[in-house]
Design a protein around this ligand. Structure first.
Ligand code: ATP
Length: 377
């Protein structure tokens, strides 16, 4: 059993900086957890505290039934894979992979057996006699994974393991690592700043910001039911659109005002409201795929915008535009069936069932949207 439990864990560095602020995180046995967030939010610090490479300033870390705050890294039954691979350049692949076994006094025969077993699983058999300098980035990364695997640890910690690889190889390695996770049936904790990597790999994802966990949830919930504006904007590519708007209550109806246009709040969304709404300022979030190119002659209101930039990417067309209620450029994902030209005026129709609403003061979501199971792995 390798359930991991962080209870009110904090990290205060020697200079007094609090890099991790009292986080709670329960990681079940065999889960694939991703810590994701912008640079400097405390992901690596959290991972290094789990590994024992950084002391825990406050709070408790439990692995299974054992409180491990003061346990040495080597006694935690955890293996860590770094972004830099950290391979020994003068040793061949076989010796790199077998190094920790050698340190633990395992005989040469048993070492070789285990290394070959793991090399087989990772398709490294033909490379066992090569030095790291003669390997490609992807192969080095596989050796680093292999070196962690030979010890059969209870928990794998991976710190941005793919960031040195080119885009194509990253995609291949992503699925190799998730497949490896399924085969090994071990707990994985994976750090990345790349939300696509997080969304495609994690069974659950902790979105971190400035030393705190904003939301710890399934990929589907993070995407469709983000708890605040930060999570809504961090998850999803291109980024969610955010309008400054207003909720206006009129004769029992809730209307949504965006600039001088008014839309009635959909019944479905009304049912999801977490609070009794009043006339109030809100941020209205809507994902690019929920903004449609309004068909000619259709008699529903949409936003009139000018296409500032148009990107054709095969099956989709991304149309970028400005709007007076948003400080940043907005984007709609249209089907390429009817092409749009730069400078053309277009009517963008909002799918009002899909909008998200955030309080302008707290930035917390004021909706609770129940997400179906289908999206999750
Ligand atoms: P990145 O994606 O850039 O690696 P991260 O989310 O992993 O970022 P950490 O490396 O955990 O962030 O760092 C969190 C914060 O703690 C940062 O502001 C960093 O500057 C600070 N920090 C890290 N190590 C130390 C240290 N030894 N002393 C003081 N502050 C530190």
């Amino acid at each position: 059993m390798a359930k991991l439990s962080l209870r009110k864990v904090a990290k205060i560095y020697d200079d007094g900086f609090k890099a991790v602020k009292n986080i709670d995180l329960e990681i079940e046995d065999k889960e694939f957890i991703v810590l994701v967030g912008p640079s400097g939010c405390g992901k690596s610090t959290t991972l290094r505290m789990i590994a024992g490479l950084e002391s825990i300033s406050e709070g408790e870390l439990w692995i299974g039934d054992l409180r491990v705050n003061n346990l040495q890294p080597k006694d935690r039954d955890i293996a860590m894979v770094f972004q830099s691979y950290a391979l020994y350049p003068h040793m061949n692949v076989r010796d790199n992979m077998g190094f920790s076994l050698k340190m633990n006094g395992i005989s040469k025969k048993d070492r070789n057996l285990r290394v070959e077993q793991v090399a087989e699983a990772l398709q490294l058999i033909d490379l066992l006699d090569k030095k790291p300098g003669a390997l490609s980035g992807g192969q080095r990364q596989r050796v680093a994974l292999g070196r962690a695997m030979v010890r059969s640890p209870k928990v794998f910690l991976l710190d941005e393991p793919l960031s040195n690889l080119d885009a194509k190889l990253r995609v291949t390695m992503r699925s190799e690592i998730t497949q490896l996770h399924r085969e090994l049936g071990t707990t994985f904790v994976y750090v990345t700043h790349d939300q696509t990597e997080a969304m495609t790999m994690g069974t659950r994802i902790a979105v971190m910001n400035a030393g705190r966990i904003e939301q710890y949830d399934t990929p589907a919930n993070l995407y469709y039911n983000p708890c605040n504006k930060f999570v809504a904007e961090f998850i999803g590519s291109p980024m969610i659109n955010m309008f400054n708007g207003r909720l206006v209550i009129k004769e029992g109806k809730v209307n949504l005002k965006i600039a001088d246009q008014s839309f009635e709040l959909a019944e479905e969304v009304k049912d999801q409201l977490l609070v009794e709404v009043e006339d109030q300022e809100v941020y209205i979030g809507i994902r690019p795929e929920d903004m449609h190119h309004k068909a000619e002659g259709l008699n529903t209101s949409g936003l009139n915008v000018i296409a500032k930039n148009v990107e054709q990417v095969g099956s989709d067309t991304f149309v970028y535009f400005d709007h007076p209620t948003s400080s940043r450029e907005l984007v709609a994902r249209f089907s390429p069936a009817r092409p749009v030209k730069i400078g053309e005026g277009v009517q963008v129709q909002l799918d009002l069932n899909k909008i998200m609403l955030f309080d302008q003061k707290t930035e917390a979501s004021i909706l609770n949207r129940i997400v179906g199971e289908d999206f999750d792995k």
